[in-house]
Design a protein around this ligand. Structure first.
Ligand code: 9D3
Length: 260
């Protein structure tokens, strides 16, 4: 997967891409990242990338020509790229969106700054807009990094559900059970006994139950989108959890359908 980032702050992307899983993905050639300074494509004397809004008002707007020049150079006629603008006005980024983007060969991110980007650039060049959540950032750079991080770990061989040690049907999409490591006793509190038992079936059962309990407690709506194997259902039924899941799923379904 190739990622390209158009930004007026290219230095922003140094360290975040040089650590951990993303660093390894870059080293292994699983992903490539190109950082492009929009200012290099501002052809006026002062290399201006922003200007005052027509009609007046607060703040500055990103000029369309440097963005368009930069994008045209980066794309170089490639029609397979998807151009994504990070913007507080976009639909919310989610795991589902990450999965959809992960099948593209190339994603080009436009990072806005100031009050936003000239609308004509958006209309002519942007395939989709994405927001990462309902809070106000100072620009799109951190949002682009969030999307790159979430998409990269889904790519084959980078990491993801298919590599994860526990690959049960439920391991994707629910909140994960608690984790413990050494020492066995920390400040007087022991690790749950079953995890030390060496009984792999018992440990898998325990983790399934803990995962479902935690999800029921904190994010019950996540249970709408997972299905359990017959073996898992049997365990959950024995623990009295299957009924609770069915009740919650029914409640949410009625809520959803009455909401629209
Ligand atoms: C006064 C209106 N503001 C909208 C709330 C203008 C505005 C604020 C912040 C315009 C741009 C920005 C910078 N934010 C982003 O570029 C951004 C963002 C965000 O602020 N929140 C969540 N996701 C994103 S993606 C890009």
């Amino acid at each position: 997967m190739v990622f390209d980032i158009l930004t007026i702050f290219p230095d922003f992307f140094g360290t975040p891409l040089q650590e951990g899983i993303i660093r390894r993905a870059l080293e292994d050639g699983k992903i490539q990242v190109g950082i492009h300074n929009i200012r290099d494509y501002a052809l006026d004397r002062h290399h201006m990338t922003d200007d005052r809004p027509f009609g007046g008002g607060e703040g500055m707007v990103m000029k369309p020509e440097p963005l368009a020049e930069c994008l045209k150079t980066v794309l170089a006629g490639d029609e397979t790229s998807r151009v994504i603008m990070l913007s507080p006005k976009g639909p919310r980024f989610s795991q589902q969106v990450a999965q959809r983007l992960a099948v593209s060969p190339r994603l080009v991110f436009i990072c806005g700054r100031y009050e936003g980007v000239d609308e004509r650039f958006r209309d002519k060049y942007v395939d989709e807009e994405l927001s990462i959540g309902d809070y106000v950032l100072t620009g799109g750079e951190l949002a682009a990094l969030v999307v790159i991080d979430a998409v990269s770990r889904l790519l084959p061989g980078v990491l993801g559900c298919e590599d994860s040690a526990v690959n049960d049907s439920f391991s994707c999409g629910l909140l994960k059970h608690a984790q413990y490591t050494r020492p066995r006793i920390f400040e007087g509190t022991a690790v749950p006994e079953v995890l030390l038992s060496g009984d792999h079936a018992a440990i898998a059962r325990y983790r399934l139950v803990e995962t479902v309990k935690l999800t029921l407690e904190r994010r019950p709506e996540l249970l709408l989108d997972v299905s359990f194997t017959p073996a898992e259902q049997k365990i959950l039924k024995k623990e009295g959890l299957l009924g609770r899941i069915e009740t919650i799923v029914r409640e949410y379904r009625t809520e959803r359908s009455s909401a629209g």
